[in-house]
Design a protein around this ligand. Sequence first.
Ligand code: ATP
Length: 221
Amino acid sequence: MPDGGIVLFGGSFNPIHNGHLIVARAAAERLRVSRVVFVPSPSPPHKTGTGLADAADRLAMVRLAIAGEPLFDCSDIETRRAGPSYTILTVEDYRRTQADRELFWLIGADSLADLHSWHRVAELVDACRIVTAARPGFETPDLSSLERVLRPEHVRRIEADILPTPRIDISATEIRRRVAEGRSIRYLLPEPVADYLVRRGLYRGFSPDPNQACPRSRPCG
Ligand code: ATP
């Protein structure tokens, strides 16, 4: 693959799972880039009350998941940042240090519904290409909320950048739930990550709070 651009892949990674890894590789192939950087966020504003593990643990799990994979890298740029960690700040940092490379910000199709509420979203879509990975249950994304905050050509570009990546029906919520219920998480995430979270006792007390608003409906980014 030519060494053109960089795919930045942000998320809570609570924990990282094979869905993340598979779509990240597929997106890199589609976009013909040779570097995907996983960027764990410290405490995403839309993920309160969801059994969020410490940033240090989530970062450690990402590092274990990508160990030995030359395509993948991990950055602690957001977990080191003081104050709120917005995607636009991370993209601006990369713009400064990697000025000659095309930047992509990868999201799953479920995140498209939130994108309109991301901090300084119009500047974000100017500063990088938002590329979207397919996700089961989110086959026909509704872009009308984006039309209210972005120029039509930007919405068209986001739509054109929805990638035909494999549909992998794995979520971190499901993994946390299975851990809490003592069920197997085998094959859903890399073994070293599963070993780590068991050793650290993560997610054992996880119980999704039915009174919480849908995490995906909260402003984020
Ligand atoms: P949770 O279940 O806790 O909400 P998650 O599985 O969605 O977590 P995140 O770390 O929140 O994982 O996701 C980071 C990014 O990866 C988001 O843009 C999300 O849409 C995307 N993503 C996560 N899982 C998948 C998947 N199976 N297929 C495609 N995209 C995914």
